[in-house]
Design a protein around this ligand. Structure first.
Ligand code: F6P
Length: 361
């Protein structure tokens, strides 16, 4: 018999987190009459027992709000948790403390909402006997066990809108406009926004580029009377035989590398090769903020309800997942540790090439 559940949002935020929380709370309280505790700032709050009691009023009016009312953190791994002791920094396994905290509250199961890092810890808690259910979140859409993560489509909308705006100014000034988007090691945002926004060139990590091919495309367009070009580049794109551009290292983060800067590198090279003016827009965290699209609100709601239904059915150690048009679930053991990257010979790349988009290969 379930009486009380806990919930947290971990990792980098994305649009739709609040919509999941709303669905979890409304379903758990309204339909099943359980109590719900929300832990603050991801695993940080679960380790330090920092929580709030959630009720239908706490989730009222948040469906269309970006971010997360619980806060999030992409630095805190409960199995390797940073603590300060006598002025020194240590990393300690706090998973037993987490289990003790959930027991002390009488929590029967946890809903853990996050990307690969959060869900890997979810799997490790399941191995330790904690009853957990995962919900897949990330703008990068790089989780292998679900067709789509919530947050992704909103990020694609934001990047598409940016491409639409860059088009008019590119045309006026006869420039090469480069839009650098997020996605970490996967090119999904660049690829889908590039197709939706009519980019002439799409550069993604999965297809290393040759800058001369990119420059040739720009010059070919010029010969055909198009005095401007639009390039969308994923932050993880790299030249063939070269490396990704790292913007900085976040010490203490379980995944410390932060990518960024490839747009500027390409701009300089293209100016040299084509003689055309280039400008770079780095879309950055705008892709993570703001109102979730209606697609993401619906997907988040489906995921939130499905997570609570899994708990009620006694199916633990699982992650809710979208497969085709159906919400189902997969074991957390299968769900984590495998990145879903863009297949370089997949349908989306093929259709983009078919309409003349250059990938630099
Ligand atoms: O995983 C989501 C994401 O936004 C990536 O696309 C990006 O590389 C990274 O997080 C940025 O992390 P931070 O918020 O720590 O700068």
């Amino acid at each position: 018999m379930i009486k009380k559940i806990g919930v947290l949002t971990g990792g980098g935020d994305c649009p739709g987190l609040n919509a999941v929380l709303r669905a979890v709370v409304k379903t758990a309280i309204g339909r099943f009459h359980w109590e719900v505790l929300g832990f603050k700032d991801g695993y940080h709050g679960l380790v330090l027992n920092d929580y709030v009691q959630l009720n239908p009023f706490s989730v009222s009016g948040i469906l269309d709000r970006g971010g997360t009312i619980l806060g999030s953190s992409n630095r805190d791994n409960p199995f390797n948790f940073k603590v300060e002791e006598n002025g020194a920094t240590k990393f300690v396994d706090m998973s037993d403390q987490v289990i003790a905290n959930t027991k002390s509250h009488g929590i029967d199961a946890m809903v853990l909402i996050g990307g690969d890092g959060t869900l890997t810890s979810a799997r490790d808690f399941a191995r330790k006997g904690l009853k957990v259910v995962g919900v897949p979140k990330t703008i990068d859409n790089d989780l292998s066990a679900t067709d789509t993560t919530f947050g992704f489509m909103t990020a694609v909308e934001t990047a598409t809108e940016a491409l639409d705006k860059l088009h008019s100014t590119a045309e006026s000034h006869h420039r090469i406009m480069i839009l650098e988007v997020m996605g970490r090691y996967a090119g999904w945002i660049a690829l889908e926004a590039g197709i939706a926004g009519g980019a002439d060139i799409i550069l993604i990590p999965e297809i290393p580029y040759d800058i001369r091919e990119v420059a040739d495309k720009v010059m070919e367009r010029k010969r055909n009377g198009k005095n401007f070009s639009i390039v969308v580049v994923a932050e993880g794109a790299k030249p063939s035989g070269g490396e990704m551009v790292i913007s900085h290292i976040v010490k203490d983060s379980p995944d410390p590398v932060r990518l960024g800067g490839i747009g500027q590198k390409i701009a300089g090279e293209l100016e040299q090769l084509t003689g055309m003016d280039s400008r770079v827009t780095v879309l950055g965290h705008l892709q993570r903020g703001g109102r979730p699209s209606s697609y993401d609100r619906v997907l988040s709601t489906r995921y939130g309800v499905a997570a609570v239904e899994l708990i009620s059915a006694g199916h633990f150690g699982r992650m809710v997942s979208l497969q085709g048009s159906t919400i189902t679930s997969v074991s957390l053991e299968e769900a984590v540790g495998k990145l879903k990257t863009v297949p370089s010979d997949g349908e989306l790349v093929r259709i983009a090439k078919s309409i003349g988009v250059e990938f630099g290969d």
